[in-house]
Design a protein around this ligand. Structure first.
Ligand code: GUN
Length: 349
């Protein structure tokens, strides 16, 4: 391996501890506890997991979280009306509406209804607009791209004049990442589904941010030797085994069966076991040892592996610096959210 690993877990821990210190100081100096309101609409399982993780992270740094869950058949008016109540609530300093919203809900209208002073996700059109404009500064920047910039900064990347390529143009990551790089005077190219010769374009990049949601798309010959490679992708790669297989639970020693079909949407025999990707250990649902958290584990139906948009095993031999998946960009999103919430509380206090 030639690349040095960009350790998102360590850098996120540093951000979180800075936030915890700031939260303590704000409470001591002004008697204010920062508050984050989360709004979850519908029953998207991934969104439920993300929101739970955000609430847990808030608790760990002393930020109060106020969880609001609306059913998937909520109307536009109900969602906007909740946001307006939260805008007026003095104990709430940040409002996070988890995306995606259910079909039929106008996302733009919901995001526009968040007060820009409480827009800790940075998705309000005014905050996004200012991010793209010369000489203007948004109050908040979207958390995942801001986390990417912090990872680059902490690893010694030079932005000014660097060739930066962003793969993907989503509102949540690709587009704001591109605007952040431009603000730092990088020479910017954004690649998307219509881009010709993507590999050749990526190969010019001193800084490459991959945010397309395509498992292991970026190969070694897409990467300039020595480049900084930031992998935003979180994709499931299924490794099929053809039969139901027995695993021995690492904590209890019991045998249990993982089924080769993905039964996740069918109810019934859900969550037969969990795979800890860092150790390769498997646990049955009822025998998770102390200190192991379900959020960090992968549900085991078939054997499953999380991979990014970058083929890590190949690209690590070419890049100068690279983020792993998991343990790269992922932890930074929540850390930046905590940081934005603290900043909002400081500004509103
Ligand atoms: N969905 C995926 N990423 C995000 C995020 O950073 N914020 C919100 N609100 N929703 C998301």
């Amino acid at each position: 391996m030639t690349a040095s690993l960009i350790d998102g877990i360590a850098i996120a821990a540093k951000v979180r501890s800075e936030v915890a210190v700031g939260v303590g100081k704000l409470l001591k100096d002004s008697g204010i506890t920062p508050g984050l309101a989360t709004v979850l609409v519908g029953d998207n399982v991934a969104s439920q997991t993300y929101v739970r993780a955000k609430q847990k992270a808030c608790a760990e740094v002393g930020i109060e979280s106020y969880g609001h869950v609306l059913s998937s058949d909520s109307t536009q008016n109900e969602i906007v009306s909740l946001v307006r109540d939260l805008n007026a609530d003095h104990s709430v300093h940040g409002i996070l509406v988890q995306l995606p919203l259910p079909d039929g809900i106008n996302e733009e209208e919901v995001l526009s209804s968040i007060s820009i002073e409480k827009d800790v996700d940075g998705f309000h059109p005014i905050n996004i607009g200012k991010l793209g404009m010369k000489g203007r500064d948004p109050l908040f920047v979207p958390c995942t791209p801001d986390g990417c910039m912090r990872l680059l900064q902490e690893s010694g990347a030079e932005f000014s004049g660097a060739n930066a390529v962003v793969l993907g143009r989503s509102n949540i990551v690709g587009l704001p990442a591109a605007m952040l790089l431009l603000k730092r005077n990088a020479t910017l190219t954004v690649c998307h589904s219509r881009t010709r010769n993507v590999a050749e374009v990526c190969r010019q990049a001193d800084i490459l941010i991959a945010a397309v949601g395509r498992p292991e798309m970026v190969k070694a010959d897409w990467v300039k030797p020595g480049a900084f490679v930031i992998d935003v992708g979180i994709n499931n790669k299924w490794i099929s085994h053809t039969d139901d297989r027995e695993f021995r639970c690492a904590s209890s020693g019991d045998l249990f069966t993982a089924h080769h079909q993905d039964l996740s949407e069918k109810g019934g025999r859900k969550r037969m076991g969990y795979l800890d990707e860092s150790s390769g250990d498997v646990y049955s649902r009822d025998h998770l040892p102390n200190g192991i958290e379900v959020e960090g584990l992968v549900k085991l139906f078939r054997k499953n592996k999380l991979v990014g948009d970058v083929d890590f095993d190949e690209v690590k031999e070419v890049a100068g610096h690279i983020t792993p998946v998991p343990g790269g960009v992922g932890p930074m999103t929540i850390a930046q959210l905590l940081s934005n919430t603290l900043r909002s509380a400081q500004a509103l206090s």
